[in-house]
Design a binder for this molecule. Structure first.
Ligand code: PLP
Length: 395
């Protein structure tokens, strides 16, 4: 049933309905692009104003200690770590996903000297693919790629040669969620180290990096974490690797004694060595403020809401968009969906432009995919129904 009454009933029973007011979504906008740039958390503007006026303005350089700027990458890292299912002391926030990925891929490969294959996800996000290719060239590895449905077989095919496998937890085009635990185990069985990009999962899909034995994970701060445009990314490295971590980006923030200003690099103990250079403090503290939203949130409940939205979306597509040229690209099985819905349509570009004009913000991925990010913190079932009605009116 996909009537307005059905949507209203689902929304009445939504335990996360109150979270909507924690975000400043402009009136008249149905925001379906939170998988690309999360909406602004209500607490962020005031926090940033205070950081600028009171911390920077009044404490000046003293802010590094007085206001905890120096420790912020590890403190914010631990807050993200909780969303990853990581115990404290294994996650650092900073730089971009691209930088974190480069750093992790090289560090991962250096854990497997003598092995020479880097296996990557054939449908990976462009920057991930470009970086994997560059790392392979830099380290003299053979780059192989495999579609995700064949990834486990491809891992086994590498035999003794597999050094590193890297893939995205959720396909950025289709919204398909992969089996992180199973593929991590398959990587280990083949003797390799895994680097997961969880950009489209963190803050929407409960993860269990420690429990699943994941070696490395990287991801974005500006998607479901809503940290703001270009928000710092993060890198997780499992504790068992810390003593052997040989990261390529040996910046002074990762030094054991950075203020000794010694001529030679000596890495800090623990995850501290995963720091690179001076953090972008304003952005980092905007992300920190945005993460407050997650403090009171049970991620399993958020996941249930997201699945309820996507299930309802699929039912609406089936009932209201049949025969109008749409193809459901995202899997129908709950456990195979991340937190977005993707529809194929030959006129995707025209449709999305018209949708945006009507206040429904999603996006398009070439050549023909319409993407709708489903953030359970600020979207309702009524908005999903309205979205589908708008799509129907345009076709
Ligand atoms: C969004 C996204 C990125 C973006 O990387 P940046 O360095 O922030 O530009 C990288 N990888 C994946 C899988 C993404 O979804």
């Amino acid at each position: 049933m996909t009537t307005q009454e059905a949507a209203a009933e689902l929304d009445r029973n939504d335990p996360l309905a109150a979270a909507r007011k924690w975000f400043l979504v402009p009136p008249g906008t149905v925001y379906l692009d939170g998988n690309s740039l999360g909406a602004l958390s209500a607490g962020v503007p005031e926090r940033i104003r205070r950081v600028v006026a009171e911390q920077w303005g009044e404490h000046l350089i003293g802010g590094w200690s007085e206001d905890g700027w120096w420790d912020a990458p590890l403190r914010v890292g631990d807050r993200i770590g909780r969303l990853l299912g990581a115990a404290p002391g294994q996650t650092v926030a900073g730089d971009s996903t691209s930088v974190q990925l480069f750093n992790s891929l090289v560090a991962a490969a250096r854990l497997r000297p003598g092995r020479d294959v880097l296996l990557m996800d054939a449908a990976g996000f462009p920057t991930d693919r470009y970086l994997a290719a560059s790392v392979a060239r830099l380290l003299g590895l053979e780059l192989r790629e495999a579609p995700m449905p064949e990834f486990a077989d491809a891992l086994a095919d590498c035999g003794e040669r597999l050094a590193v496998a890297t893939a995205s937890a959720v396909d950025f085009r289709t919204g398909e969620l992969w089996d992180l635990a199973g593929l991590t185990e398959a990587t280990h069985r083949a003797g390799g180290v895994v680097v997961w990009d969880v950009s489209h999962a963190v803050g929407a899909v409960p993860l269990a990096v420690d429990r699943d034995g994941i070696d490395f994970a990287v991801g974005c701060g500006y998607k479901f974490l809503s940290g703001g445009p270009g928000a710092p990314a993060f890198g997780y490295a499992a504790r068992r690797h810390h003593d052997h971590l040989d990261q390529p980006l040996t910046g002074w923030n990762g030094h054991a004694d950075p203020f000794a200003m010694t001529p030679d690099y000596r890495p800090a103990e623990g995850i501290g060595r995963y720091r690179i250079g001076t953090p972008a403090v304003l952005s980092l503290l905007a992300l920190d403020a945005a993460l407050d939203v997650f403090d009171g949130i049970d991620l399993r409940r958020l996941r249930a809401k997201s699945l309820s939205l996507s299930r309802f979306f699929i039912a609406c597509v089936d009932e209201h968009l049949a025969g109008r040229g749409f193809e459901l690209v995202t899997p129908r099985e709950d456990e195979r969906r991340g937190s977005q819905l993707t529809l194929g349509h030959p006129e995707a570009g025209r449709l999305m432009a018209a949708m945006i004009e009507r206040g429904f913000t999603g996006d398009v991925r070439p050549p023909d995919l319409l993407r709708f990010g489903l953030n359970g913190l600020y979207l309702s079932h009524a908005e999903i129904l309205a979205t589908v009605h708008a799509l129907r009116s345009l076709t």
